[in-house]
Design a protein around this ligand. Structure first.
Ligand SMILES: [Zn+2]
Length: 269
């Protein structure tokens, strides 16, 4: 059994602020230690569930956060950017399951801890009319390859987001959002224990979890915060502007949608 784990930073226990998640942040070194700790707990639980190969994708910011000298020796680690499929680099149809650690809720309507969708440009993102954040979008990338999302760890707002989209995905809450920069949190050690047990349980009951397959063709709708970003993306072939905020594109599958989304983000930089 091969298992894929994508690790973000905003949803790690103890993380509440830009000071934790930005490379130059005064508390970044502490936060990457907690991120590595939760990743190790996930790797251990995955191995105990019978995995023969664990691939970990370091998926926050510049994608070089995990402390390799402290990381469980059994994992294969994907680090650095840019890279194809971004936070889901390396996923393919040979994996039995995907898991997300340190994930956060989407931009827009939820005041989750450090909530956003990929970049600060996005207000909202929809696939065939369904609003998704990074969790939903990345689950659909895994679903493209027939890979189910088995497990998610993060705050209570990403928990709610995944619960409505993928009710059979096992979830662990490591902190509860008070607002976007404050939370009630488990200690890193207790969060690690919960992740260890949660992912192990999820992977031993994998049969029940269907992959998130988005019906093709796929209509992408992106609401951007700045009208200038909307304007700048109009040169991308196939893109249609609906109004000062919204762009749409219809693509054959998630691979095409993912490429177009990255072009939209790059155009708006
Ligand atoms: Zn993120």
């Amino acid at each position: 059994m091969k298992v894929y784990i994508s690790v973000d930073m905003e949803g790690i226990a103890g993380v509440t602020h830009g000071d934790h998640v930005k490379l130059e942040g005064p508390e970044y070194e502490k936060a990457r230690k907690w991120m590595t700790g939760e990743t190790n707990a996930a790797i251990e639980g995955t191995l105990e569930a019978g995995a023969t190969e664990v691939v970990v994708a370091d998926s926050h910011g510049h994608m070089r956060n995990l402390l390799l000298d402290e990381l469980h020796e059994a994992a294969i680690i994907i680090q650095g950017s840019p890279r194809p499929l971004g936070m889901m680099a390396g996923i393919d149809n040979t994996f039995a399951a995907a898991s997300f650690i340190g994930y956060h809720s989407r931009a827009g309507d939820r005041a989750g801890v450090l909530a956003h969708s990929f970049t600060g440009q996005v207000y909202n993102l929809r696939l065939n009319g369904t609003t998704v954040g990074e969790g939903g979008f990345n689950a659909a990338i895994a679903g493209h390859f027939g890979v189910p999302l088995a497990f998610v760890a993060g705050d209570d707002t990403i928990d709610a987001e995944i619960a409505s989209l993928l009710p059979s995905t096992k979830r662990v809450i490591v902190k509860w959002a008070i607002n976007t920069t404050a939370a009630r949190s488990l200690t890193p050690k207790n969060a690690q224990k919960a992740i260890h047990t949660g992912i192990k349980t999820a992977l031993t009951n994998l049969g029940n979890i269907p992959p998130l397959v988005i019906k093709r063709p796929i209509r992408l709708e992106v609401d951007l915060i700045q009208p200038l970003s909307v304007y700048s993306a109009q040169d991308i072939p196939g893109i249609k502007q609906i109004d000062n905020r919204t762009l749409t594109y219809t693509g054959a599958d998630m691979m095409e949608i993912n490429r177009i989304l990255r072009l939209i983000f790059n155009a708006g930089k």
